[in-house]
Each structure stands twice: as structure tokens, then as C-alpha cells.
Design a protein around this ligand. Structure first.
Ligand code: G3I
Length: 322
């Protein structure tokens, strides 16, 4: 997959947990088939920065460092996920003891430390993850307004601040906002679009949009796929890159019929990305159903026994021009 996609200048990525690298099948498929990886959990605030800055040892870089080494050994790019999110945060952040000023300083220092350590190693960052509600309003989070870093009720101003801190630390990293449920045109994608348009106009350092694409077979309708295509186009027209960041296709069962429908949907998405010059990454959220957050959802390209599913061929075919 990685070689076929390279001809289209598309990176094929997957979410990775370092503990699984010890499984030979896991490591082999990862390095043979993928040109990019992203830590599934290791760079989230609670894992990478579990203790406050007053602690002698506030950070734990062991997981991401292992993944950097793997990526470099196999000539893979690495994507960073994520600097600002409402989930998987440490108690010292969520515990309620910090004022907006203290949270502001903590986040700035977090971004400087983590982005700085991986400058030149991580080529793109989900700077802010899942900042919007499905109705397009801002999600209430510890960073936005509970109590926030000082920009409560100022819309996307806290996102702008995080992007500026990231850019000031690594001028070359591509900076993204990433979200789910924003693949098609609707209230959530409209809100992200309005923010992106404003950011581009004011030269706020936003380079692209991550579309997670956790979906099920209901996404395989012409209306949904057409809307997806049109949505990507309007973001591309703003001069933004597009990364599909977390694709999986959840199934109710793994009957041959369901697996074939899943395969078709994967193929359709690869074709849409391949037809959009700004779409530069297609990443799946894990690659084997053995290690998937969906557990029994059969959502990925390899089954629990590391056997290729019909989705694998369907994913590859458009990349081979077939
Ligand atoms: O690390 C602890 C471990 O110490 C403990 O023993 C174990 C017991 O449950 O839990 C471990 O933490 C788990 C963590 O994954 C690491 O494995 C958490 O319980 C579990 O909730 C966590 O789930 C992750 C989830 O994000 C959390 O929201 C999934 O692996 C991860 O795939 C998922 O990824 C998210 C993206 O970041 C953002 N978009 C949606 C996507 C899917 O939910």
C-alpha cells in the first residue's frame, strides 16, 4: 500500500501502540504496508505529561520515543495526536485547582515541550482535537471555559492561541484541527469551515483539517459520499491540506456480505481522496481487528489473525489505478 500510494503522493498511515511492536506480524505489516504512523494514545496529555511541572519528572516520552525510532528505522513519517483535547487528561489538569492563568501557562509549556522535542520528527500535529459539538457550538472543556485558558466565550480564540504556540515552536510542522462527524456538509463541518476561513484570512497558522472518518456502512450512500467530496473541496479551496486521520468502518457482524460492503466503502474513500489533490494522508485507526478500539466491530483491513480482509484489496486497487 505504501508504495502504490507514494505514486499519488499520498501517505498511508495507522494508529499504533508501542506495546504491540513485540508481535512479529504486527511490526512486519506496519513497516511493509504503511508510510506513516501516529501514536494511538501515547502523545495524549495524560500519557505524555502525567505529572505537574512542579514534579521533578513531569513527562513520560518513552512511548512516543519508541515510535519515533520505529518510524525512522522504516522510513515512515510520524503524525502527532494530540495537544489540546478534552479526554485522557491528567488529574492535575482536570482536578479544578488551576486558574485560567495557570492553565494558560501549563498549556503553553506543554505545547512548547512536546512539539519542541519532536521538531523535525513529527511532520504534522493535531493541535486541537474535537473542539466542536455536533450542532456547531464550541465544546465546553477545561481548555475552553471550564475554566479555560483565558478565552472563554471568545469562540475559537483558544484554538488560535494553541496554533500560534505550536507554530512558534516548530515552524515547519503542519498544524491541524481534527474532528469526527465533520466529513459531510452539516452544522459541525460548517462551524469548522467558518473558523478555517477566518483563520486563513487572518493568517492564523492552520495548515489543514483532519477528518477522522470513524463510520459504519451508512456512510456508503451516494448522498453521503457526494457531500464528503464537496466538503473536502471547500476546505481545499481555502488552501488547506486534508488528512483522513482515523478511518474505520464498524460492522455489526463479519458475514461475507458485510465484509464486501465494507471493502467497497474503503475503496470509495480511497478514490475520493485520490481524486482530491489536497488530500495527502489516508490513515486508519489501527490495522488489525485484534487491536482496535472498536473491539468487536471488525472495522479494519486485517482480521484478528492478521489475515487480509476484502477491504485490503479494495483499498489498494484504486492506488494501483485499477
Ligand atoms: O493506560 C491505561 C492502562 O493503564 C489501564 O490498565 C487500562 C485499563 O482500562 O486502561 C488504559 O487506558 C486506556 C487507553 O485507551 C490506553 O489503552 C483507556 O482505558 C481507554 O479508554 C483508551 O481508549 C482510547 C480512547 O481514544 C480514549 O478516548 C482508545 O485506545 C483510542 O483508540 C481512542 O482514540 C480516539 C482518538 O484519540 C480521537 N478520536 C476518537 C478515537 C476513538 O475513540
Amino acid at each position: 500500500m505504501r508504495d502504490a500510494a507514494a505514486r499519488h503522493r499520498i501517505l498511508i498511515g495507522t494508529a499504533v501502540e508501542p506495546s504491540y511492536l513485540a508481535e512479529p506480524e504486527y511490526a512486519k505489516i506496519l513497516s511493509d504496508e504503511f508510510s506513516m504512523l501516529e501514536p494511538e494514545n501515547n502523545l495524549k496529555f495524560g500519557q505524555v505529561h502525567p505529572r505537574p511541572d512542579t514534579d521533578p519528572n513531569p513527562y513520560d516520552f518513552s512511548g512516543p520515543d519508541a515510535l519515533v525510532a520505529f518510524a525512522q528505522a522504516h522510513k515512515m513519517k510520524m503524525r502527532g495526536h494530540t495537544l489540546v483535547w478534552h479526554n485522557q487528561q491528567p488529574r492535575w489538569v482536570t482536578g479544578g485547582g488551576l486558574t485560567p492563568d495557570q492553565l494558560n501557562k501549563a498549556l503553553q509549556s506543554h505545547i512548547k515541550t512536546v512539539v519542541g522535542r519532536y521538531a523535525g520528527k513529527i511532520f504534522a500535529w493535531d493541535v486541537v482535537n474535537e473542539a466542536f459539538n455536533d450542532d456547531g457550538s464550541m465544546r465546553h472543556t477545561v481548555w475552553y471555559d471550564r475554566p479555560g485558558i483565558g478565552f472563554a466565550d471568545q469562540g475559537a480564540a483558544y484554538i488560535e492561541q494553541a496554533l500560534r504556540w505550536a507554530r512558534a515552536t516548530d515552524r515547519r510542522a503542519k498544524l491541524f484541527v481534527n474532528d469526527y462527524g465533520a466529513e459531510t456538509i452539516g452544522k459541525k463541518s460548517d462551524a469548522i469551515y467558518a473558523m478555517a476561513k477566518d483563520f486563513r484570512k487572518r493568517r492564523v497558522p492552520l495548515d489543514g483539517i483532519g477528518f477522522q472518518l470513524h463510520c459504519d456502512l451508512s456512510f456508503d450512500r451516494p448522498e453521503a459520499l457526494d457531500s464528503f467530496k464537496a466538503n473536502l473541496q471547500r476546505f481545499a479551496d481555502l488552501g488547506l491540506d486534508i488528512h483522513i486521520t482515523e478511518m474505520d468502518v464498524r460492522l455489526r457482524n463479519n458475514s461475507p456480505e458485510s465484509l464486501d460492503q465494507q471493502a467497497k466503502l474503503y475503496g470509495d474513500v480511497v478514490k475520493i481522496c485520490g481524486g482530491q489533490p489536497r488530500c495527502k494522508v489516508i490513515q486508519i485507526w489501527g490495522f488489525t481487528d485484534k487491536h482496535s478500539w472498536l473491539r468487536n466491530g471488525h472495522g479494519l483491513l486485517w482480521d484478528e489473525n492478521y489475515q487480509k480482509k476484502p477491504a485490503y484489496d479494495a483499498f489498494l486497487r484504486p492506488l494501483l489505478g485499477k
